[in-house]
Design a protein around this ligand. Structure first.
Ligand code: SF4
Length: 98
């Protein structure tokens, strides 16, 4: 399981610091669907993740970082108040996020 903040800071040079990030330590909520995961389970944990993004003090910086990444390097799962589906390139936005 990944931790979005750890992934960002560990793999990507120039990733922003994200003080107060609500995803820290909760990466399993943000991960893309696991192999064989019940779609309802995925939807439920992504809804929790989107709720955290919606109250995240780092959301604006996170979104700016995400938007600046080439599409091929954007992580899948919930990032910056969006559900990113790498297979279809679909993005679902969180209505409460900046
Ligand atoms: S907006 Fe979401 S993914 Fe970005 S730092 Fe905040 S909680 Fe994490």
């Amino acid at each position: 399981m990944s931790d979005v903040v750890g992934l960002l800071s560990g793999l990507l040079a120039g990733a922003p610091s994200l003080p107060g990030a609500r995803c820290r330590g909760r990466g399993s909520l943000f991960d893309p669907p696991y192999r064989g995961e019940n779609p309802d389970t995925t939807k439920a944990r992504h809804a929790q993740a989107l709720g955290l993004c919606g109250r995240c003090p780092a959301a604006e910086r996170c979104r700016a970082w995400f938007d600046g990444l080439p599409k091929a390097r954007r992580p899948r799962g919930v990032v910056a108040g969006q559900v990113v589906d790498g297979m279809t390139a679909n993005v679902t936005f969180c209505g409460d996020c900046p």
